[in-house]
Design a protein around this ligand. Sequence first.
Ligand SMILES: [Zn+2]
Length: 246
Amino acid sequence: MLKYDSYYFQCPHCQAWLEGRNLKAEMVNQSILYSDGKVLNDNLITTPQKMIMCPSCGHIFWIEHPVEPLITYEKPDVEVYSWNTWRFFGISFSDNKGKMALINHYKTFLKKSHYDPKKEIYLRRFLWWAYNDLHRNHQHVRLKYLLNGFMSFGVWHCNRKLILEGEKLFLKNHKDFTENLKRLLALLEKHPGEQIDLEVPEIYRELRQFDKAKELLEQVGSRTHFTNEMLRHSKWKDSRVFMVTG
Ligand SMILES: [Zn+2]
């Protein structure tokens, strides 16, 4: 059975048809939450892509809410660009080159135009996550993951190389990462309605302002596994993104 519901929409510039997908929540086997708020369901990001670059003409447009009549669930009787052709601008993430290409896309978008605060927050949040993708599963480099039997030596070794290489790229781009995060923080503090869960203390933690992160976390009314984990990492002075549950 298909795990997705497909929907269709048109590029406002060249009228090409594009296919979008909604993951069926009831069919998800595994859900992973990371400290930066990124959620993966069966390895796919759950936050919808609002900014789209048409795979046919390159026109950039936004779909804030994929609802009818902007979209249709009826497959049109013409050729349709599949989800993979425009999702994350058609980039493949099997290596770090793809991850860097995505970062550069967001950076270019931000440089090229001026966006309203909501859109700028969206782009800067995705840019933040894209930087973190370079070393997102850093815990997998540990020998423990091989010894636990989660993966074969070949897979573990290959994956380890990819993450360590990603970590180097992350450090090389750390100045840009920090600049983006500071700008995102300023926007979120000005527009608190746009904040997601524990995003603000997490940003302070990733900016290595551990005391501020701890102060904000200690103000959170009901303690959860998420707040406790973030407090722990702040106390360790660890600024790297980590897996909260998964
Ligand atoms: Zn187009």
